[in-house]
Ligand binder design. Structure first.
Ligand code: COA
Ligand code: AMP
Length: 636
């Protein structure tokens, strides 16, 4: 079947399409309804199906002859070590930790927050929760205690799982003080914290509350897989929205497993037994879907890489891993390759390695800039496949479905909609736009399996953030267009979300923090273009009357505030003082114009602008500070 036929079938016969895909995974009891609507009015997949996601990812393979196959390779330039787990070994480790968690009182439906670096125990912890039917919520290790505390208060974990430290390049970052500070700050207190002691840093333990990971596993029996409903939550993953309060994206068990399994074949074109590597972090959705769940559900070997694309030890590290473990399919963010290109522009380090096992490189997480795409094509001579997705969907919305039919790549486009995603470009009035017309990228409901059924404890926010703008559609938050050949071009967010080095962050959250500075009357944070990280945030602040703090002091203090409250990953470096912010007459800050000025893009001055002269001051200040591509060749 061609892509066009298969795609059309998936839209015209959604239930038949997904009922067939559902047969590819092993259910304890088959679903009673393929697609249904719950009491809140939300679409649900595979109601009545009984299953367990950890069973699909582990025990199923052991029972079906994959017990001795490597399930997970931990490759850690950070600790100069490599460790391999077969499916049998990983199943046992997961079952033992699940037994340990059970002894601490964790039951089906309980929540567990995981705050871990890229060690195998992070994946083991996720799978152990899935085994028990407990709902995990992994928090990215680069987030500061305040962000962790916000997530603890929302998820209300019975238990937390963490490690004594993470390693960033050669820097050891003790996690335990961050964890303790977060629990101190949160209203909800977990009953226990399970701590993995790593040799690089010893964590001090709080009596009774804290439990040693290794001891817990050693003294616990293996726990069996609990039977869960397809519609039960597997995990919550918080992601940045437009305010300081992150959104708890809920993922169900059944739809997720079916979508993950389908994507491995149809999008990534791999076979069970192949080595699949997503160089991301378990704290992000790519890590959930394509380091842990999809490769294991599909019976591949997955790699957990504790390192960076560069300096661990050099910019040849990705090629080394690909050669050493015979990776067939590789997935990372464009930022990682921009970093490599900067250090090894002529791919001399790559030339040292045999990467003939590799069949394709997939990119996602942020817009793939054409120069990076072209450089990668040239140095690898491989298909470089950009695909577009979000934490909310959990898998690709637009991509080259090479497992069905491969299309020629067009730079700047992630290719065509993935089966099951009925994509439309709408204007402000909700009318469908034609080819090459820029608008809101929306997905007609129902979305396919795997996508969020709602937000954790916040059905109203789910409706207002995604469903209410255009009735019958999910609002992705991205703008873009579809060309005359059906290729989708995602041009960037239309809200306050930015992507810094593949990390999704909220400028709204940063504004709230800077506005909390006693000298600041109001501020705007915009994501401007950054050569390496894709985007980086820059703040524009107006002082309160009578305040005379100098720009440098305010800048240093706001940098410190953002590092303390969000984390170093925000990569916040500049606060620019201005007398006023450009606004519409109704008071809406014109952030887009500020960004366009900094990025040297053409922009129109809206007729609703209050005072266009303010733009001159913004331009002058950007120039004085040498900030933005329009004002300097040199990035910070
Ligand atoms: N834990 C703690 N701190 C972290 C962290 C983590 N997991 N990740 C990043 N940080 C810190 C860094 O140490 C740095 O701190 P500093 O300001 O004190 O030096 C800060 O956050 C900024 O980090 P980053 O923007 O990542 O810059 P970098 O120079 O450390 O690394 C890259 C640059 C490009 C190598 C790195 O960003 C990268 O590998 N990006 C790819 C990201 C990715 O794969 N995303 C997944 C999406 S699919
Ligand atoms: P996250 O939820 O962290 O995966 O971030 C999702 C957002 O990242 C999307 O809404 C897009 O703005 C952006 N994004 C992810 N992948 C791509 C891509 N391939 N092309 C363009 N933007 C992307």
């Amino acid at each position: 079947m061609s892509y066009a036929e298969k795609y059309q079938f998936s839209i015209d016969n959604r239930e038949a399409f997904w009922a067939e895909e559902a047969q590819q995974i092993s259910w304890f009891e088959a679903p009673k309804q393929t697609l249904s609507i719950d009491e809140k009015g939300f679409y649900r997949w595979f109601k009545g199906g009984k299953m367990n996601t950890a069973y699909l990812a582990l025990d199923y393979h052991v029972e079906n002859g994959r017990g001795d196959q490597t399930a997970l390779i931990y490759d850690s330039p950070a600790t100069k070590s490599i460790k391999k787990y077969s499916y049998s070994e990983l199943t046992k480790e997961v079952a033992k930790l699940a037994g340990g968690l059970k002894s601490l009182g964790v039951q089906k439906g309980d929540t567990v927050v995981i705050y871990m670096p890229m060690v195998p125990e992070a994946a083991i912890a996720m799978l152990a929760c899935a085994r028990l039917g407990a709902v995990h919520s992994v928090v990215f290790g680069g987030f500061a205690p305040h962000e962790l505390a916000v997530r603890i208060d929302d998820a209300k974990p019975k238990v937390m799982i963490s490690a004594s430290c993470g390693i960033e390049f050669e820097k050891v970052i003790p996690y335990k003080p961050l964890l303790d500070e977060a629990i101190q700050a949160s209203e909800h207190k977990p009953a226990h914290c399970v701590i993995l002691q790593r040799p690089q840093a010893q964590a001090s333990m709080v009596d009774i509350r804290d439990v040693d990971y290794a001891q817990l596993v050693a003294q616990s029996d293996e726990a069996p897989c609990e039977i869960v409903d397809a519609t039960d939550p597997l995990y919550i993953l918080y992601t940045s929205g437009t305010t300081g309060k992150p959104k708890g994206i809920v993922r169900d068990n059944g739809g997720h497993a079916v979508a993950m399994n389908f994507s491995m074949r149809a999008i990534y074109d791999v076979q069970p037994g192949d080595v699949y590597w997503a160089a991301s972090d378990v704290g992000w959705v790519v890590g959930h879907s394509y380091i842990v769940y999809a490769p294991l559900i599909y019976g591949c070997t997955t790699i957990m890489f504790e390192g960076k694309p560069i300096k661990t030890p050099d910019a040849g590290t990705f090629w080394r891993v690909i050669e050493e473990h015979k990776v067939k399919c590789f997935f990372t963010a464009p930022t990682a390759f921009r970093a490599i290109k900067k250090e090894d522009p002529h791919a001399e380090l790559k030339a040292k390695y045999d990467i003939s096992s590799l069949k394709a490189i997939y990119l996602a997480g942020e817009r793939c800039d054409p120069p990076t795409l072209e450089w990668l094509q040239q140095i690898t001579q491989l298909p470089i496949l950009d695909h577009w997705w979000q934490t909310e969907t959990g898998w690709g919305i637009v991509g080259n479905m090479v497992g069905i039919e491969a299309f020629p790549v067009k730079a700047g486009s992630a290719t065509k909609p993935v089966c099951g995603f009925e994509l439309k470009i709408l204007n402000e009035a909700g009318e469908e736009l034609g080819p090459n017309q820029d608008g809101y990228v929306c997905i007609k409901l129902p979305m396919p399996p795997g996508c969020l059924p709602t937000l954790w404890n916040d059905d109203d926010r789910f409706r207002t953030s995604y469903l209410n703008t255009f009735e019958g559609y999910y609002l992705t938050g991205d703008g873009g267009f579809i060309d005359q050949d059906g290729y989708v071009f995602i041009m960037g967010r239309i809200d306050d979300v930015i992507n810094v080095a593949g990390h999704r962050l909220s400028t709204g959250a940063m504004e709230e923090i800077i506005a909390s500075h006693p000298a600041v009357a109001e501020c705007a944070v915009v994501g401007i273009a950054d050569e390496l990280r894709g985007q980086r945030p820059v703040g524009f602040a107006v002082l309160k009357d009578g305040q005379n703090i100098d720009e440098n002091t305010l800048e240093q203090q706001s940098i410190a505030l953002i590092r303390e409250q969000i984390g170093a990953v925000a990569f916040y470096r500049n606060t620019i003082l201005v007398k006023r912010l450009p606004k519409t007459r109704s008071g809406k800050i014109l952030r887009k114009i500020i960004r366009q000025m900094a990025d040297g893009e053409k922009f129109g001055i809206p007729s609703t602008i209050d005072d266009p002269a303010i733009l001159n001051e913004i331009a002058q200040r950007l120039q004085e500070r040498c900030i933005g591509v329009a004002y300097t060749e040199k990035q910070v």
